[in-house]
Design a binder for this molecule. Structure first.
Ligand code: ATP
Ligand code: BTN
Length: 256
């Protein structure tokens, strides 16, 4: 794997905004204009926070940490899934360190606590003409001080406050994440994916679960999630014993 960026500079390049439609959109715009790898975009509130599969991400003012990182790894497109898996490991480990609670990773990169989602990750990439990644934007939402009323009908979500009774500072959570991410990102540059894969597997609540693979809304495969391969794809064994690998975007999981 060939990479040029070291990833140790993220703390020095944080841009704060009171309001953005989406930190991912802003970061994509900045990256397109040439912003440096390592730039971080934070918003107090997002008016159109984006989740995976074109879903909406609830991002009320000051209740959570809504941010995106611009990364410029020199990397073949076949390894791109590893960036989001790396971010999930960093988020789980940072939150664990901060709170002493046990967080798990639901495929591919939801961070769960007590069976509810506390953090979501949305990575978006621009490819260069030769198929390599020109830049990646990794957007992360961490619910910090949301109460049950803030979540309303969203019964599948939780926050650090709901789980611990403690009101964490946004700065503290951002620093914890960036410390963890910088270390893992540098390690990935020098040593590759193997130990990050191990950490993802160790924290995963997806292994052993039944998963459904969909093409748009049509189910095309189902089975038990058995492992992750060296590229970051999930290996699923169906009822006939056949094992297939799948990227994210394609898989939904009934429970975790
Ligand atoms: P559809 O919009 O097609 O009805 P949906 O109900 O899954 O599908 P949304 O209601 O838009 O879509 O929710 C998007 C997903 O993101 C849901 O799974 C929701 O639980 C989750 N979600 C949104 N905001 C947050 C948040 N701040 N914390 C945790 N989960 C969230
Ligand atoms: C998901 O779980 O579906 C992914 C949610 C990602 C939400 C974050 S909040 C900061 C960044 N900006 C966005 O619009 N989305 C991501």
């Amino acid at each position: 794997m060939k990479m040029a960026e070291t990833g140790t500079i993220l703390h020095n390049q944080i841009q704060y905004y009171e309001e953005l439609a989406s930190t991912n959109l802003k970061a994509l715009e900045l990256a397109k204009q040439g912003a440096a790898g390592g730039t971080v975009v934070v918003a107090v509130r997002q008016t159109a926070g984006r989740g995976r599969m074109r879903r909406k991400w609830e991002s009320p003012e000051g209740k959570g940490l809504w941010f995106s990182m611009i990364l410029r790894p020199t990397i073949a497109a076949e390894y791109c899934a590893q960036i989001t898996l790396l971010a999930a490991v960093a988020a789980a480990q940072a939150l664990q360190r901060l709170t002493d609670k046990n967080f798990s990773i639901k495929w591919p990169n939801d961070i769960m606590l007590d069976g509810k989602k506390i953090c979501g990750i949305l990575a978006e990439m621009a490819l260069a003409a030769d198929g390599s990644i020109e830049y990646a934007v990794v957007g992360i939402g961490i619910n910090i001080n949301m109460s049950s009323e803030d979540f309303g009908a969203l019964l599948t979500a939780t926050s650090l406050y709901l789980a611990t009774g403690i009101e964490y500072e946004h700065e503290q959570v951002l620093k914890a994440f960036l410390d963890e991410f910088s270390l893992l990102y540098s390690h990935w540059h020098s040593c590759g994916f193997a130990s990050i894969r191990q950490a993802w597997l160790a924290n995963s609540c997806t292994l052993g679960q039944k998963v459904i693979v969909k093409d748009n809304d049509t189910e095309i495969y189902s089975g038990i999630a058995e492992d992750m391969d060296d590229y970051g794809s999930l290996l699923v064994r169906n009822a006939a014993g056949k094992i297939e690998s799948f990227d994210f975007g394609e898989i939904s999981i009934r429970s975790c």
